[in-house]
Design a protein around this ligand. Structure first.
Ligand code: NAD
Ligand code: ZN
Length: 402
């Protein structure tokens, strides 16, 4: 140690290494509420003022345009809520809409336009950028917030099942580039997350279901009991009964948050992406279908594929993949997409490029989560093309007559 407490290692007479080391603690609350912008609901004010009580908090709001369309009074409700709580809140401009859905992550100009907008609005490192929307809008606005002034405070209000139970409660953001999902992005924990179940009622039926794939995913790799619960409550989930939906979201969010906080690698600097079971194929299928498949729909196919693959390589006892596919189909997922069969110009299966993208994203060693049992994920470092082809053929033959 030198005088400043910095560890110094002498290598030889003329060289030395000074080791820099510090720890940063992250914490953020995830609220589960209803009627977020009703005048009596204190969650939003509490979330923004949790670190500084005695001031008015400046904030800008960006809303997924499909959420705004489904909830025509939302923007005026936000303005009224801010006015009602003006001792705590200062809305810097009327809420603004941004396009919804995956396309919003494919437009590099939009990132720059929004960064410029934050400049115009005078958003500084003590102001807040609030994003209300599906996972795609949250990823975009999260990225814009994280890269403006090297990171301004970001509050997420997820409005889809997937965003409430998975993407919105995590630490990642990003946009797509060069035909690769999330190629540009950052790890940036939010300041707070506010899950309001009321938003979900306006979702299209397919979006109500799509996010449930992430619940099946996390149950499969972490929690057999939750998997059994999903099986037992599949009718309630298909009917979108509020109690079952609320539990499914909460348990799924909890499991994701637990992994981030206690998995030992919240910013994924190692070579694993433990929560991304089924995702190497899913990400590629999203691209190959030009986003005709929603993320959750592609994940359901990826789960089915990797379950069968786990059986074929002897990791998972046969029969489990049938049980997994049965649950996914019961929930309403189609487990076949013609793009699984697509070949590139060199005659290679196009979906295999998803493995290459995964390896490159992680930096070198491929690490893929497969299954040893229901509730038991395990990592492997290679996948065999022959068994992948066989798993795809199995999915194709079992889809039955159309
Ligand atoms: N950052 C992460 O850790 C992480 C994790 C998983 C997924 N993701 C990303 O999340 C995205 C998928 O998110 P998603 O499944 O929420 O889809 P989405 O954001 O594409 O939303 C689906 C559709 O629903 C609309 N919508 C959203 N909320 C609505 C509401 N309440 N009422 C009516 N319509 C509404 C959207 O405008 C869109 O058209 C993908 O880009 C995926 O890569 C990110
Ligand atoms: Zn996912």
């Amino acid at each position: 140690m030198n005088d400043s407490g910095v560890e110094v290692t002498a290598l030889c007479q003329f060289e030395r290494v000074q080791h820099q080391r510090f720890t940063v603690q992250y914490d953020y609350p995830v609220y589960f509420t209803e009627g977020l912008f009703r005048s009596g609901n204190g969650a939003f004010c509490e979330a923004l003022s949790r670190k500084e009580h005695e001031k008015r908090h400046r904030f800008a709001v960006f809303v997924d345009e499909n959420v705004a369309a489904a909830r025509p009074r939302l923007l005026t409700d936000i303005v009224a809520y801010a006015e009602h709580n003006r001792q705590t809140l200062e809305l810097v401009a009327p809420p603004e809409t941004v396009p919804g859905g995956e396309a919003v992550k494919n437009d590099p100009q939009l990132v720059e336009r929004l960064q410029r907008r934050l400049l115009t609005l005078g958003i500084d490192r003590h102001s807040f950028v609030v994003a209300i929307g599906g996972g795609a809008v949250l990823d975009l606005i999260g990225f814009v917030a994280a890269t403006t002034h090297r990171g301004v405070r970001h509050v997420r209000v997820p409005t889809t099942v997937l965003a409430q139970n998975d993407s919105g409660v995590g630490v990642k953001n990003g946009v797509n580039a060069f035909q690769i999902k999330n190629f540009v992005g950052t790890f940036a924990p939010p300041f707070a997350v506010l899950n309001d179940i009321e938003f979900l009622h306006a979702l299209e039926p397919r979006d109500k279901i799509a996010g449930m794939a992430e619940a099946v995913k996390v149950a499969l790799i972490r929690d057999a009991e939750f998997f059994a619960w999903l099986e037992a409550h599949s009718d309630d989930l298909v009917a979108f009964r509020p109690q079952a939906v609320a539990y499914m979201i909460r348990r799924c969010a909890e499991l994701h948050m637990h992994q981030i906080a206690h998995g030992g690698d919240p910013f994924e600097s190692g070579s694993a992406r433990p929560l991304d079971y089924g995702h190497w194929a899913a990400h590629k299928l999203e691209v190959l279908t030009h986003n005709a498949l929603r993320h959750g729909e592609a994940v359901a196919i990826g789960l089915a594929l990797d379950s069968r693959y786990s059986v074929l390589v002897g990791m998972l006892a046969p029969g489990n993949e049938v049980r997994i596919c049965a649950l996914l189909e019961k929930l309403g997922f189609a487990l076949w997409n013609p793009m699984l069969d697509e070949h590139d110009g060199d005659g290679r299966l196009a979906v295999l490029a998803g493995l290459r993208d995964f390896r490159e994203h992680l930096g070198g060693e491929l690490t893929i989560t497969l299954l040893r049992g229901i509730g038991v994920g395990d990592e492997v470092h290679e996948m065999h093309e022959g068994e992948i082809r066989a798993a795809i053929a199995w999915l194709k033959q079992r889809r039955g007559p159309r």
